[in-house]
Design a protein around this ligand. Structure first.
Ligand code: RFL
Ligand code: PHB
Length: 400
């Protein structure tokens, strides 16, 4: 088989890249390890930045999102015994957010791919990337017991944190930056009406988050110790603990019901640099992971793909390597901004097991400052909104 761009991974990054390349007249083949049904069964992100929303609309992928999604202006924060307050991104920057599930985006991207006849090969295994330092890289893989080879000009590694693409970059080239947090999030999805807003709660019992997928689907999370097992958290126990972490009036308006999904995610910050080696480009979780506090992961996958598709389209249109040479540095500027913001929000809102009284007071005064200072709110609003996408001219900015 032969194509221009081989895309490893059919999650949101890989599927969106194939869509954007198609619009630029660049052919691609997507290789995905799992079945469609499995990819769609993963419940993950829920909050989209304005830049992500605008991009999806510009691709004609906004219709269902605008129908089913919940537009909102920023984040609500509540903490022990205080009035809740809002980081109003719309008031500070004129930008909004959309609560709309990654699962739904994935469905929309798959439907668009089917319509344009995109080649997506599901259930491939033993994927190996070869000759990435040459002008003729290729991907070897197995499907239905058959050994296959895909020749291409470029490989896009969109295969998530546990994928094979990043590992194809020699260890002498790749630098890794990592922070692992001493807790995870236990999340449930339930067919119940959500609270009116997305609310982040700092509580002595631990962090909690109220979110949503639609007017009839709620998503809630609570901070739990790393060794927690889902089996130990029947629904009743989850609801009791969730309500205990919100102020009484909010807790009273949480509508409970049977969970339809329940899972635990560990929290980690991770960045791999550079995001390009030879003819291999990394995008999305394959290159970086953020803790979900702040809802940045999917939005970063989208900005990576925006920059990468623009760079590859420019190469095929003009023969210039200027944008592909600038891809890693440009993507990383936005990545580090969101990595820093989600690390900050994680520290601000969680109870760390080894927190001293000093740490606790410092966290409380940080929250107090944020609640009472217009300047502090404006600064967080700017970071939480996500940086604007850079214009192509910015590719001239040298990497650090
Ligand atoms: P994905 O979604 O992991 O997709 C990678 C795909 O690659 C496939 N794959 C392979 N295919 C072929 N060969 C191999 N060797 C392969 N290895 C893996 C996998 O099967 C998969 O289909 O990465 P992608 O596309 O980069 O997308 C990233 C996002 O999924 C991720 O950043 C977000 O879900 C993070 N995230 C959130 N992001 C937000 O922007 N807003 C949110 O509100 C938000 N909430 C969350 C989140 C992540 C969470 N978890 C579970 C980690 C909430 C949670 C709980
Ligand atoms: C979600 O709805 O899944 C969600 C919302 C906000 C976050 C993380 C996840 O910060």
């Amino acid at each position: 088989m032969k194509t221009q761009v081989a895309i490893v991974g059919g999650g949101p990054a890989g599927m969106l890249l194939s869509e954007m390349l198609h619009r630029a007249g660049v052919a691609s083949v997507v290789l995905e390890r799992s079945s469609e049904a499995h990819v769609l069964s993963r419940i993950r992100a829920g909050v989209l930045e304005q830049g992500t929303v605008d991009l999806l609309r510009s691709l004609g992928l906004g219709e269902r999102m605008d129908r089913e999604g919940h537009p909102h202006d920023g984040m609500q924060i509540v903490w022990a015994g205080r009035e809740n307050f809002m980081i109003d991104v719309h008031a500070h920057l004129g930008k909004r957010f959309m609560a709309y599930g990654q699962t739904q985006i994935q469905e929309d991207l798959m439907a668009a791919a089917r319509e344009r006849g995109q080649v997506v090969l599901n259930e491939v295994d033993s994927v190996r990337l070869e000759d990435i330092e040459s002008e003729h890289p290729h991907v070897l893989f197995r499907r239905d017991g058959e050994e296959l080879r895909l020749d291409c000009d470029f490989i896009a590694g969109c295969d998530g944190f546990h994928g094979v693409s990043r590992k194809a970059i020699p260890p002498t080239v790749l630098r890794e930056f990592e922070k692992v947090y001493p807790f995870g999030w236990l999340g449930i999805l339930s067919r119940t009406p959500p609270l009116a807003d997305i609310v982040y709660a700092n509580n002595p019992r631990g962090f909690a988050l109220a979110s949503m997928r639609s007017p009839t689907l709620s998503r809630y999370y609570i901070q739990v110790p790393l060794e927690t097992r889902v089996e130990d958290w029947p629904d009743d126990r989850f609801w009791d603990e969730l309500k205990a972490r919100f102020p009484a009036d909010m807790a009273a308006s949480i509508v409970t019901g049977p969970s339809i999904e329940k899972s635990i995610a560990p929290l980690r910050s991770y960045v791999a640099e550079p995001m390009r080696h030879g003819r291999l480009f990394l995008a999305g979780d394959a290159a970086h992971i953020v803790p979900p506090t702040g809802a940045k992961g999917l939005n970063l996958a989208v900005s990576d793909v925006f920059y990468l598709s623009r760079a590859l389209a420019d190469f095929y249109a003009t023969g210039s390597t200027r944008l592909i040479d600038g891809y890693s540095a440009m993507a990383l500027r936005r990545v580090w901004s969101s990595v820093r913001t989600s690390w900050y929000l994680t520290n601000l809102l969680h109870r760390f097991p080894d927190m001293s009284d000093f740490d606790q007071r410092a966290q409380e005064y940080e929250l107090h400052y944020l609640q009472t200072s217009h300047h502090a709110q404006a600064a967080l609003a700017e970071q939480y909104a996500g940086l604007p996408f850079e214009p192509p001219e910015a590719a001239a900015v040298p990497p650090r």
